[in-house]
Design a protein around this ligand. Structure first.
Ligand SMILES: [Zn+2]
Length: 265
């Protein structure tokens, strides 16, 4: 089987285990069905996810020009507390920013190796948690816009990390933590304007299981520009990573906008 196309982050379906799909223009590949098969990945070129031109990818699947122009990658994406659409203030494109920022957002705790705090749009639950490779996750508050979620995250950053340790996540080294109990202890730490949302938010703990046959003991990251042709036996998928038998991991997210040829033996 052969597939050629531009890489986009894998689409997922919440199931037990989670289902993963690589979606190309004219077809798609269910990754769960090709576990234990030998796969060849070949780097063919670039295709910016925004302008579609064959320009070198700078970040997040975008070429340099698109990355600095596009409203989709403003600073408020990575730092939600910088959101200003609720004040009617534009960053790059107020219409776009209003659409994205002025909708329900979730501040959550996720356990991927250690407990981390994060922010996501409500429509991205549980996709966001799957993309991070979280094993468990729980909502702290649901708030009506991105700004409120951002200041909540900032208030909790002293207590928890906001980063995922991807090596530990991939090696399945997960701390034993009771997210439910931790959530219950957080009310006092929330910003005043957010406290009233605590009781109205669901406190259901979600367990996530990934299709992994074998976790790597030693990890090496595949760099597609340095190693334009790779072959390995697929042993699992977690987060947005493919995990191979020899400990090689391939972060699909890093290679969005890369055109690849995938051959399944
Ligand atoms: Zn572009």
């Amino acid at each position: 089987m052969q597939y050629e196309g531009v890489l986009n982050k894998m689409q997922t379906e919440f199931n037990n285990p989670i289902e993963y799909y690589l979606v190309f223009k004219n077809n798609f590949l269910n990754i769960n069905q090709i576990l234990d098969r030998t796969i060849q990945i070949e780097f063919v070129g670039y295709e910016c996810l925004n302008c579609g031109e064959h320009k070198k990818i700078f970040r997040q699947g975008f070429c340099y020009d698109c990355f600095y122009k596009s409203a989709e990658v403003g600073d408020w994406i990575m730092r939600p507390e910088l959101s200003t659409a609720h004040l009617g203030i534009e960053d790059r494109d107020l219409a776009y920013e209003s659409k994205v920022q002025l909708q329900p957002h979730i501040v959550y705790l996720a356990l991927s190796s250690d407990v981390k705090v994060g922010v996501t749009r409500k429509t991205q639950v549980p996709t966001r948690w799957i993309d991070q490779g979280a094993s468990k996750a729980i909502e702290i508050v649901e708030v009506p816009n991105r700004y409120l979620a951002g200041i909540t995250e900032v208030a909790l950053k002293d207590t928890f990390t906001d980063k995922t340790n991807w090596r530990k996540m991939l090696q399945n080294e997960i701390a034993t933590e009771d997210l439910f109990a931790i959530r219950e202890s957080l009310l006092d730490k929330l910003p005043e304007e957010v406290k009233s949302y605590f009781d109205t938010t669901s406190n259901r703990l979600l367990d996530l299981n990934y299709p992994v046959l074998q976790y790597p003991t030693k990890i090496k990251s595949l760099n597609l520009e340095k190693t334009p042709s790779f072959e390995g036996k697929l042993k699992g998928v977690k987060g947005q990573y493919l995990i191979f038998e020899d400990g090689t991991v391939f972060n699909i997210r890093t290679y969005e906008g890369f055109v690849v040829n995938i051959n399944i033996q």
